[in-house]
Every structure is written in C-alpha cells, then in structure tokens.
Write a protein that binds this ligand. Structure first.
Ligand code: HEC
Length: 152
C-alpha cells in the first residue's frame, strides 16, 4: 500500500512536470490562440452591430482586428515553414489588415452620412451599408482562407 502510494506520488509529480514543460513550450501558441479568440469575439460583435444597423461601436472593434493583423505579421507560427508558406501567411495577414482598414473608412463615412440623412427610413438602398457588408464578407473570407491552409 505504501509502495503503491509512493508510485502514485511519483507519477503525479512526473505528470505535473511534463504538463509544466508542455505549457511553457506552447506558451507562444497559447498567446497566438488568445489573439485569435479576440478576433472571433470582435468579429461577432461587428456582425451583430451591422446586422442591427448600429454602426457606432464598429470602428473600434475593427481596429482591434486591424492591429491583430499587424501583430500576425510578426508572429508567424513555427509550423509555417519555408519562404513560400511564410509569404502566403504574410499575404493573408496583410489582406486582413487592409480589408479592416477599408471597413473602418466605409463605416466612418456611413456614420457621417447617417447624421445628415434625408430619408432615414430608406436603409435598403444605402450603398454604404452594402459596401460595409461586402468588406465584412471579405474579412471573413480572409479568416477562412488562412485557416484552410495554416490551422492544424
Ligand atoms: C494569417 C493567417 C490567419 C488569419 C488571417 C486568421 N487566422 Fe485565425 N488562426 C490562424 C492559425 C494558424 C490558427 C491556429 C493556431 C493554433 O492552432 O495554434 C488560428 C486559429 C484561430 C482560432 C482558434 C483559436 C483556438 O483557441 O484554437 C480562432 C477562433 C480564429 N483563428 C479566429 C480568426 C478570425 C475570426 C479571423 C479573422 C478575423 C482569423 N482567425 C484570421 C491563422 C489566421
């Protein structure tokens, strides 16, 4: 019984050490995933706001994703190997950045436009909303395209 407990104790300690090493090795992965989790949260907020035609908070959320896109160019995951793959990863990261910046420009224009709107009820013919929605679609396409190739 005593031996059994001792063996169990050793197993537990070994397990703990292995777990700790594993955590520190994947520390970079963990912060990369946190960044991605934030992308997802902000994307959801943007989508809900835009579908509800409430654009005020949208630029701030998009700017976080734009900043993350820039961060991604400095944080190519270690499993993305070779110059060709790295360049493709960078291309997606840069595309996410430029589409985010375009979305901010359109939404800010839309907010200005809404302050001086002649016919507030006529949202369905508002080209700025359509342009913003199209940029959002492009943003989601970029997330998906990069994941297709680089998520393990
Ligand atoms: C330049 C490439 C790239 C772009 C662009 C990108 N991602 Fe990712 N994303 C990744 C990679 C690589 C992983 C996998 C990370 C891993 O498993 O270690 C990932 C993982 C994720 C995850 C899972 C995180 C987890 O906990 O495992 C989410 C959520 C996510 N991305 C959301 C998004 C959203 C939303 C966007 C667009 C706004 C986006 N990503 C754009 C490369 C990208």
């Amino acid at each position: 019984m005593k031996n059994l407990l001792k063996t169990l104790g050793i197993l537990l300690v070994t397990g703990g050490v292995v777990a700790l090493v594993a955590t520190s090795v994947s520390g970079q992965d963990a912060s990369f995933r946190r960044l991605m989790g934030e992308n997802m949260n902000h994307l959801q907020k943007i989508m809900v706001s835009m579908v509800n035609s409430q654009y005020e908070g949208v630029p701030a959320d998009v700017r976080v994703i734009a900043q993350h896109a820039q961060d991604l160019t400095q944080r190519i995951p270690s499993h993305v190997r070779g110059p060709e793959a790295r360049n493709r990863f960078l291309a997606y990261a840069n595309n996410l950045g430029s589409v985010s910046n375009n979305l901010v420009v359109v939404v800010e224009e839309l907010l200005r436009h809404d302050q001086t709107q002649q016919n507030p009820g006529q949202m369905n013919i508002d080209y700025l909303r359509v342009a913003a929605a199209s940029h959002l679609g492009e943003m989601i396409t970029t997330c998906v395209a990069c994941h297709n190739q680089f998520r393990r």
